[in-house]
Ligand binder design. Structure first.
Ligand SMILES: [Zn+2]
Length: 127
């Protein structure tokens, strides 16, 4: 039961099993990373991170990836298909002519990009 400072949500059994399985399999790493001691605390951290990510994603959206190029929309600049080029594991923004802009930062923080880079054994960084 939630205390006065807590609320509760209902999630699918499938998602609950995934959460609990991930927690049990990686508990020591997750405790160190998120400073939580229960899978409930872990779920809360993930929701908080997801909300932050969703706010950031209001501005940016990765729309396509091919060969060494990632295409990104920037809804604040109302620019579409900003090209982020990957060369020697370094990211470079064609729009800003730098590897040190918000577009490159967003791409580097994207879980989809990080997962793919890990699969390829590449450590991506700013140009
Ligand atoms: Zn940029």
């Amino acid at each position: 039961m939630p205390t006065q400072k807590q609320g509760s949500i209902t999630i699918s059994l499938e998602l609950f099993s995934k959460l609990r399985g991930t927690w049990e399999k990686n508990m020591s790493k997750l405790v160190a990373k998120h400073h939580v001691t229960t899978y409930s605390g872990y779920a809360g951290k993930l929701i908080d991170l997801g909300i932050e990510q969703d706010i950031v994603e209001e501005r940016f959206e990765i729309t396509n990836m091919f060969e060494n190029t990632i295409l990104l929309n920037d809804y604040f600049l109302v620019k579409q298909n900003i090209e982020i080029i990957i060369r020697n594991a370094k990211l470079f923004c064609q729009e800003d002519k730098t590897g040190d802009c918000l577009h490159v930062g967003y791409v580097l923080s994207s879980p989809v990009i990080r997962k793919r880079a890990k699969e390829l054994g590449v450590k991506l960084r700013r140009a």
